[in-house]
Ligand binder design. Sequence first.
Ligand code: SF4
Length: 689
Amino acid sequence: SRQEGVSGTRTTCPYCGVGCGVLVASDVKGNVTVTGDPDHPANRGRLCVKGTALGETLATDGRLLAPRINGAEAGWDAALDLIATRLSQAVAMHGPDSVALYVSGQLLTEDYYVANKLMKGFIGSANIDTNSRLCMASSVAGHRRAFGTDTVPGQYEDLDLADLVVLVGSNLAWCHPVLHQRLMAAKAARGTKIVVIDPRRTATCEGADLHLALAPGADAHLFNMLLSHLADNGHLNTAFLQNVQGLEAALATARISDVTDTGLSPAVLDQFLTLWAGTEKVVTVYSQGINQSDSGTDKVNAILNCHLATGRIGCPGMGPFSVTGQPNAMGGREVGGLANMLACHLELENPDHRAAVQGFWACPTMADRPGLKAVDMFRAAEDGRIRALWILHTNPAVSMPDADRVARAIAGCDFVVVSDAFALTDTARLADVLLPATAWGEKDGTVTNSERMISRQRAFLPAPGQARPDWWQLAQVARRMGFSGFEWASPAEIFAEHAALSGVAGTLGSDFDISGLRGADYEELAPVVWPQAAQKGGRFFGNGRFHTPDERGRMVPVTARLPAKVTQAHPFRLNTGRIRDQWHTMTRTGMAPRLSQHLGEPYLEIHPADAARVGLAPATLAELTSPQGRAILRVMISDAVAPGQPFAPMHWTGETAPSGRVDALVAPVTDPVSGQPASKSTPVAIRPF
Ligand code: SF4
């Protein structure tokens, strides 16, 4: 078996943004075991059930083993030549913006770097976006507005050192379990207070001191009220505020927020405000419940405002903390693999930044304006503005909002390439050309976790069939399009180039400068948090210096607004999210039987009063409809959700449960600043099936 002889490989879990280090070993029969790496600083030996089950997900069943053109097996040369020809033709006939890449937070940094270089520097369009747009784009936009750059200020260690940890829109116990374990250990050791702010009573509430069952979407109202409370009760840090602009405007807008919009009782609200205001070491952790909103960027800034106003940022045990969903969303941000970024935290709109990157890449052209963000990108595929679309390592026909429409757009696009490890995903079925990609355990590279820690992912298995890494596929196509600068022999060489470019970025003032790693031993590279030159122990902004032109932070006036009201025809507000034991569209976690024992089929969690009103009994089937689509889900009656606010997980696909594709229901409503879809607030109708 290809698993024989695997021993002692030190690598990183491929699932969530915690970025746990793992040790992989096999016995003489080739049974692979995966354990937590005690020496990895992100997890110190801990793993969650998904990480522990990784050894059961290595079979090659369902893998795509050879390139295919229109469903028929083809050689690599034929497939790559065809892609190069079609991309070149699209550029020649319809311009660079007729081509798009849609990539993934599952890509390794080296893959991401090559995709971004090809698209922005050589094809000459910024039409490269990523499924990270669905995950944390609002955090990126909020960081840039407040700090001048997309920089996460703190580190995981802050969870150990805080006296109060506030979890907003984050079911940390299920979605980032090892961070939750770490937080619970800190609570046991030093009595850390934990507050959960979430319309649902999630598993995370079990370990919390206080749960605020906030009205859906009222997060900015709550943090605006906190800002007013801080100002009115003498909690502003006037010394730190010398380094921050915008207090008066932010405060004036904050004072307009209406307490009744939060749905919280005055007593609970007061308890929260008093606790936050009275605790110096406070970390506010936020995730998709904040980001996946049509006012997600404003919500992020409402949180950041409170930390800026109190100077509780970038110091041990205090700060705002965006935890990312995917294993390498952060690496994608670092290489600039989003439609509105350049590279190494440089700005697409800045001519000096563009010139520096163009000079470094020696590229013939350079995108000079933002490209299409995810939702708009598939609209452009639908209406013919995009003629050639290359999708790598993601399954938008399932995971995008309005997923049926996205699937039709992909099917109708002139030329679609899909690079994937698996042959039968909902998106792979729609491809003109399918390229077999290596998967976790077979590919080499680096990832960056939520605390800016760069870790190696290492191969320990041979690639099955003709599978090849994504960076190699992209570089081969680039070379066949006549571009030079894509001649790397290994991911180590790409990493060295990325690190060198970051040094150029550093001379332009970018915070992302990892040029010190340029000559590092890539094979032996130990986990490292950037910046390497420690600022307050690897944290940012505690010194009161931000990455804005005047080095001052920015408080942003936030007009809090609630999501659109539900309608008579669609009277329920559907919330979507993850479950504990599955990952994304289950291509890997679906292979480990034990991971299906927890929650094994698509379901609808609905309040008893709602179930009684529409006539749903436990374990029966419910039909959900929205203006976008339809789904049929198993009924789970529970008062963990509030009346009118049912919840459904998003993992199932056309392959695993054709009627359980929840994103077919979700409206393609986006945040106007970040372009991130509002995946937690879709009006739906529900009835017995
Ligand atoms: Fe993997 Fe995340 Fe679990 Fe760690 S917490 S083992 S990174 S899924």
